[in-house]
Design a binder for this molecule. Structure first.
Ligand code: SF4
Length: 466
């Protein structure tokens, strides 16, 4: 039997890329590849790129410069190192990568990575291979399932892609160009994937998609199902304790999703709902297709169905044409909603998007100053949210040993990391924790005296066997 070949995969960006990286590992496992943390040892290096990052392609080319050195050094040791560029930069700039980076063997877009074994074979015979098509076949149907060992190694929380692409065309965003039109996976396939994960010890699944609540996959009844309906079905899978989904668009929040939050205990009361700006003028320039008032109404509806729900969001500061009044509207919206956390970024143009041609750029100093004010407000809200947990008892799903000796860390329903002193036996269990103190981003607490002896929910299935 030949020795396994080693694969090093470096992934940037969103949860979808983390998931895609895992699926690339699964795709290459039957070809004899095993993961390595070291580039120097690798026979194959994959850069799984993200186009959302500022100066994304320049960063990829400088990373490729470093990889060329590693590839040359491997050649001096009589070893062949293959280099693959995958992900959204590969999709957007595939031809350019082939032209400028001769050390790259394969360029593959996010819709084609199930073809990696064939592309590598083609590169070995023809020198290079490029695949940035949007194939008509279902990529997911052609991907091999992860092995039981791979699922176990990835822990008790997993991502599952249910939807890809986006038809919204926000003027600042590359996703509709790099990931293509909205598509949804059939319900049966998702149920199959989640069942397999749950059978192998996964307790929490996050359904992911660029516009996940636009989900409309074919149901077993031959009709398109909504995300809410899908959540109802997945909640029936034994062993699964928690369901989450991300990322949602305010325009696609429909009744069955709200009902899922009301009716299914496993659906966590925490939603990431990007708004980007609180100014209607800027929202229109961004082509968000909703106003600030629409967004507030959506938040109110969630709160009606699930009063303990909390939100996080995304904000872009300094979008072209943003005035001080526009920015004040963003601060007002944040103050009114009250977030458990949020991501905020200075606007930077992405090549090929309509906003990249907009002329009224906000001065860098003004952007910096606005970002600092927004982040200060969000941080105070997050701090208040965490402080409010002190003295309460919350359910925590325990994930792994913490860096501090003897502590185990898990997540509350609101994704706050929560630490307790306990044995590793509690990993995989949902247990009540009395929160005694908090730090900037983390909670600390104690378990009831008998915790671990009497789990509140089904224990993780034994992680043994082939
Ligand atoms: S909805 Fe989200 S993914 Fe779609 S274009 Fe807008 S920002 Fe991009």
């Amino acid at each position: 039997m030949s020795a396994p070949r080693k694969l090093h995969i470096k992934s940037y960006g969103c949860q979808m890329n983390v998931y895609d990286a895992q699926r690339m590992v699964d795709t290459l496992a039957p070809e004899g590849f095993v993961e390595t943390a070291s580039i120097e040892d690798a026979d194959l290096v994959i850069l799984n790129t993200c186009h959302i990052r500022e100066k994304a392609s320049e960063k990829v080319f400088s990373e490729l410069g470093r990889l060329r050195v590693a590839k040359d050094e491997a050649a001096l040791r009589d070893r062949r190192m293959e280099i693959v560029v995958a992900g959204c930069v590969a999709q957007a700039e595939g031809e350019e990568i082939i032209r400028r980076a001769p050390m790259v063997d394969v360029v593959v877009g996010p819709q084609s990575y199930h073809n990696l074994p064939q592309l590598l074979a083609r590169a070995r015979t023809e020198g290079r291979a490029l695949d940035t098509e949007f194939p008509v076949e279902d990529k997911f149907a052609r991907l091999p399932q992860p092995s039981r060992q791979a699922i176990r190694a990835r822990g008790i929380s997993a991502f599952v892609t249910v939807q890809e692409g986006c038809d919204k065309f926000c003027t600042f965003c590359v996703v509709p160009y790099t990931r293509g039109a909205e598509t949804s996976r059939p319900v049966a396939r998702i149920v199959e994937d989640v069942t397999r994960l749950a059978d192998n010890g996964v307790r929490e699944v996050t359904l992911i998609g660029q516009n996940v609540n636009a989900y409309h996959g074919d149901g077993p009844d031959g009709r398109p199902w909504t995300l809410g309906r899908l959540l109802h079905r997945l909640a029936e899978i034994p062993g699964l304790a928690r369901l989450r989904y991300s990322t949602s668009h305010p325009r696609d929040v429909e009744q069955s999703l709200l009902e899922a939050h009301r009716d299914i205990p496993a659906v966590m009361p925490f939603v990431h709902l990007p708004v980007q700006s609180g100014s209607d003028r800027i929202l229109a320039a961004m082509n968000r297709k909703h106003t600030a008032a629409d967004y507030r109404r959506v938040i109110d509806r969630f709160r009606t169905f699930r009063p303990d729900i909390a939100f996080s969001s995304d904000f872009i500061v300094g979008f072209p044409g943003e005035t001080e009044d526009d920015f004040a509207a963003t601060l007002a919206l944040v103050a009114q909603i009250g977030y458990a956390g949020a991501y905020s970024f200075k606007y930077s143009p992405r090549a090929g998007t309509p906003a990249a041609d907009m002329q009224e750029m906000v001065a860098p100093a003004a952007m910096d100053e606005r970002l600092a004010r927004l982040q200060d407000l969000i941080e105070r809200q997050q701090h208040a949210f965490n402080r409010a947990a002190v003295g309460s008892t919350v359910d925590v799903l325990f994930e792994r040993p913490a860096r501090n000796d003897g502590q185990i860390v898990g997540r509350t329903p609101y994704l706050q990391p929560a630490h307790v002193m306990a044995s590793e036996d509690i990993i995989g269990q949902v247990l009540p924790v009395t929160i005694t103190r908090h730090e900037r981003y983390s909670l600390f607490g104690t378990l009831p005296a008998n915790a671990g002896a009497i789990p509140r929910q089904t224990r993780t299935p034994a992680l043994t066997g082939a």
